[in-house]
Write a protein that binds this ligand. Structure first.
Ligand SMILES: Cc1cc2nc3c(=O)[nH]c(=O)nc-3n(C[C@H](O)[C@H](O)[C@H](O)COP(=O)(O)O)c2cc1C
Length: 351
């Protein structure tokens, strides 16, 4: 079988063999306490699951599950148009690869190297017509910046999210990202509590409004604040000049007992729609989930853990297959809810 003939099921079967003891590659990936990923004890490295009880991870799934799609089937047939404009780049879909980093969380170099993981995400997403975002962890430095290198290899077709390190270090990363030609940069403000960064002596901090303003003015690229879970933070991010926010609880990995992202998204949208780009992630596994997030007001979404499984299963091709699957299921959901293009998607398609 060639890589081209591989199906998503086969990609995931491969991933399951390689992620033994780390991730069960279950049909439903929900952070339930019985899953392998949640079997880790307090005080141990996080692995692939959610922090603490896993409630935040699980709440992402539960919040999405509560939303239900309304079928509208009588009418002329059409091909759904999933095209999406992201800061002037035309993408094939409003779905991008999340800024996941740190292969040590899912088995380490014996499973996939950091370099190959970053290449798989960025180049695999690009092959599917969309953007791969790249993250930051304690193994990254300005000298070993795996994510930015992969973005440079893709001639800048990527987004770089830096941990909230010291201001001057973040700015240096942004400069390097700019040199790679990258589309946008940002910080994951929810990384300020990262135990992994702390134990590896890479300090991370809460950022105040003037820190954010300094970061905005340090770069000519659009600046993104990832990790927003409240109206208060979303307004402060906008007022500081951010071009986009990502409503995210980091896949439930940073603070136990937060709501699901689909629970807080509508109130943030009600306040800020049209004033800043609003992106969301957390528990999104199919195009049906994507459509639900768009229906409650996100303009696009990020995919985290499924991108890891795809990259581990079959590298760049695995990621491409994963993203194509998401696009196909989104297009199908749009036809069944009578949305010809993304402008047609609104809360009316929910019951
Ligand atoms: C193993 C792992 C590592 C992650 N590393 C980062 C990171 O370095 N930077 C970042 O912004 N987000 C990071 N995230 C969070 C993702 O970008 C994303 O917010 C989250 O995975 C979305 O939830 P999902 O996995 O349920 O799709 C990480 C997530 C996982 C699972």
């Amino acid at each position: 079988m060639t890589l081209d003939e591989m199906s998503l099921t086969q990609v995931r079967e491969e991933a399951k063999k390689k992620l033994l003891g780390v991730c069960g590659v279950y049909k439903i990936c929900d952070g339930d306490s019985m899953r392998i990923c949640q079997g880790q004890s307090y005080g141990r490295p996080l692995g692939f699951g959610g922090v603490g009880s896993g409630a935040s991870f699980n709440n992402n799934i539960l919040a999405l599950k509560k939303l239900k799609l309304k079928m509208k089937l009588i009418g002329d047939h059409f091909k759904a148009d999933t095209k999406y404009d992201f800061f002037g780049k035309e993408l094939s879909m409003p779905i991008m690869g999340a800024s996941v980093s740190g292969v040590n969380s899912f088995g380490g170099e014996k499973v996939i190297s950091e370099k190959e993981f970053c290449r798989s995400v960025v180049l695999g997403c690009m092959a599917a017509g969309t953007l791969g975002w790249r993250g930051d962890t304690y193994t990254y430095s300005l000298e070993n910046s795996y994510g930015i290198n992969a973005i440079a290899e893709a001639s800048g077709f990527g987004v770089k999210i830096v941990k909230p390190r010291e201001q001057d270090v973040v700015i240096e990363f942004f400069k390097k990202a700019e040199e790679s030609g990258c589309v946008a940069v940002g910080i994951d403000i929810d990384g300020c509590g990262s135990y992994a960064m702390y134990t590896h002596k890479k300090p991370v901090y809460k950022k105040n409004s003037s820190d954010l303003r300094e970061l905005v003015s340090s770069t000519k690229l659009p600046f993104i604040v990832k990790g927003v879970m409240s109206i208060e933070d979303s307004i402060l991010a906008k007022d500081a000049g951010a071009a986009a926010i990502v409503v995210s609880n980091h896949g439930g990995r940073v603070l136990d007992h937060t709501p699901g992202t689909a629970e807080v998204l509508p109130e943030i949208v009600a306040k800020l729609k049209g004033k800043i780009r609003i992106i969301v992630d957390g528990g999104i596994r199919t195009g049906y989930d994507v459509l639900k997030m768009l229906a409650i007001g996100a303009e696009s979404v990020l995919i985290g853990r499924d991108i890891v499984r795809a990259a581990v299963g079959a590298g760049l091709d695995g990621v491409r297959i994963q993203m194509e699957y998401l696009q196909k299921t989104l297009a199908k959901a749009m036809i069944m809810t009578n949305c010809k293009n993304l402008n047609d998607v609104d809360s009316e398609i929910l019951l």
